[in-house]
Design a protein around this ligand. Structure first.
Ligand code: 3UK
Length: 516
């Protein structure tokens, strides 16, 4: 697929209007629990009405930043397409954000308008109260009527999309923040289309009759691509769930006959317990064919657990908000346990040292990536620090093997240095996960006078496992037998749960700060 774009491109027209014009208007596009089912023509009509509300009732002009807020739902998807068609810029926010964080986003993003699910108004209203620059906040899904739906009823279902330039910004994506500081990245109309033409056709290879489902929020580019743009790019359908906890997701896969699943490693681990009896995987006669994991390292133990329970080999992929979506990945046939995969066609990737020079095969260094979708930070100082010569320097330590497979080591700031040894936290976690008493675990370096740092493990035991000194010693011996002995955790603490972001990422900084 071409990565060259004409000067004028509107991504909503490419993905939605053209699909209806091409005769796919009656195909099912979006479904949700409760029986809601929209065809491509329905979604286009709703998006057009919302675009008319934005432009004719709220005074949105091209380039305005419109905040979007809601759990995953067909209405949120319609709002997203409306913002695109109006030539405005979508600033989508994670559902769990509080007033303080929303305030930072409103300020940084220079937001002027907001479309917000009724149930999530509280925190937004609090943030907007002290910010007169945000002119209009309109609710959808208000059970007492009114709001966006009432305004839509006054508007026609046709709207001529604004003729945006292919390199007009259409998305301000805020990173989910494993370090606590949200960063904003910009994406253009052409980036949205480029993302649909790189990883999906080369690795996922979806078909028009596929049914997509998953947990990542549409406010996270992993979810926006996986659960909205990629299914629509082939005329497939998607299921948008307001609640996608592991048990609900399992129920919904069966209920909707989902064939392609997107979620994070922690969710695969949690679902592996309940999935076996349901026989959801195609190798066991169920509907599910492809399972995608991203957002965090996929441990070999998690891959094996899921394969054992469903018969399905997970498709791992590393992506980033900065790059919009996945740029290193492997399909099920090419998956190698312990490796994320090879570079996705359209991208280039290499491992470099501190001076930006490529390091030899097998050497650990910083992952650098270049491609059609990244990276433009909203603020210049970040851009200077992270991007050079078109290369995007990620925060990840990787090595590349002779076959071009990239092996994740750790986040650069998570590398533990103990008595002169470099130890990647995920490697120790992977070893611990193979022990039957361990449900979840996290490893950090803690200061130590003698060794500089020592390896400390936080372990969530499986239900019914007694914890104590005996298990500590057993886990330590187990790690020593599984990987190089000097990597074993000298300290072990048991926990009921681990701190994670809304996107399933472990927040190691919280463990380092000693926060629960
Ligand atoms: C980590 C992974 C190991 C890695 C994302 C797919 O996660 C996404 O974006 P974020 O900006 O975070 C990026 C960082 O997350 N990571 C992501 N995937 C993997 N580490 N293996 C993986 N498979 O540290 C990376 O730098 O929140 C993922 C698509 C779109 C995305 N935005």
């Amino acid at each position: 697929p071409s990565l060259q774009f004409p000067p004028l491109v509107n991504c909503a027209v490419e993905l939605l209007d053209r699909r209806v014009l091409a005769g796919d208007g009656d195909r099912v596009c979006v479904r949700a629990p409760g029986g809601l089912c929209w065809t491509y023509r329905d979604l286009l009509g709703h998006a057009n009405r919302i675009a008319n509300v934005l432009v004719h009732e709220l005074g949105v002009v091209p380039g305005n930043r419109v905040l979007l807020r809601g759990p995953n739902s067909p209405m949120l998807a319609a709002c997203w397409f409306a913002v695109m068609k109006a030539g405005a810029i979508a600033v989508a926010t994670m559902p769990l954000l509080r007033a303080k964080e929303l305030g930072q986003i409103l300020d940084k993003g220079c937001v002027t308008h907001a479309l917000c699910a009724h149930a999530l108004r509280g925190e937004l209203d609090e943030a907007v109260a002290t910010r007169p620059s945000v002119g209009q906040v309109v609710s959808f899904g208000d059970p007492s009527g009114g709001g966006l739906e009432a305004a839509m009823a006054r508007q026609p279902g046709e709207f001529d999309a604004v003729a945006t330039a292919s390199d007009d910004t259409c998305i301000l994506a805020f990173t989910s923040g494993t370090t606590g500081q949200p960063k904003a990245t910009m994406h253009f109309h052409r980036d949205v289309i480029a993302a649909c033409r790189c990883w999906p056709p080369h690795v996922l290879r979806p078909q028009p009759d596929d049914v997509f489902i998953g947990s990542p929020p549409l406010a996270f580019t992993f979810g926006l691509g996986g659960l909205l743009l990629f299914p629509m790019s082939v005329g497939a359908s998607t299921v948008l769930l307001e609640q996608a906890s592991p048990p609900r997701l399992l129920d919904a896969i069966g209920e909707f006959g989902a064939t392609i699943l997107f979620t994070a490693p922690t969710s695969y681990r949690a679902m592996a317990e309940g999935v076996r009896e349901r026989r959801l995987g195609a190798p066991m006669g169920g509907p599910l064919v492809k399972c995608v994991s991203a957002g965090e390292v996929l441990q070999a133990a998690t891959r094996a657990l899921w394969k054992d329970a469903t018969g399905i080999e997970i498709i791992d992929g590393i992506g980033a908000t900065e790059m919009f979506h996945i740029f290193i990945s492997a399909d099920a046939e090419h998956a190698r346990p312990g490796a994320t995969g090879t570079v996705v066609p359209g991208y280039r990737a290499r491992v470099v040292d501190e001076e930006g020079r490529e390091v030899p095969v097998g050497t650990v260094g910083r992952l650098a990536v270049k491609g059609p979708t990244g990276c433009r930070y909203l603020d210049d100082s970040r851009q200077r620090n992270y991007v050079g010569d078109g290369w995007n320097y990620t925060g990840d330590a990787y090595s590349m093997d002779a076959d071009g497979y990239f092996h994740y080591q750790s986040r650069l700031d998570d590398m533990i240095v103990s008595a002169g040894y470099n130890i990647g936290a995920p490697e120790v976690e992977d070893a611990l996960m193979q022990h039957p008493a361990v449900a979840e675990c996290a490893v950090i370096g803690v200061p130590d006078e003698e060794r500089g740092q020592i390896v400390k493990a936080f372990v969530v035991p499986r239900p019914g496992r007694g914890v104590g000194e005996l298990l500590v010693r057993e886990l330590q011996d187990f790690v020593k037998r599984t990987i190089a002995p000097y990597k074993y955790p000298r300290a072990v603490e048991f926990r009921d749960s681990l701190p994670r972001t809304e996107t399933g990422k472990l927040q190691r900084f919280r463990l380092r700060e000693g926060k629960p």
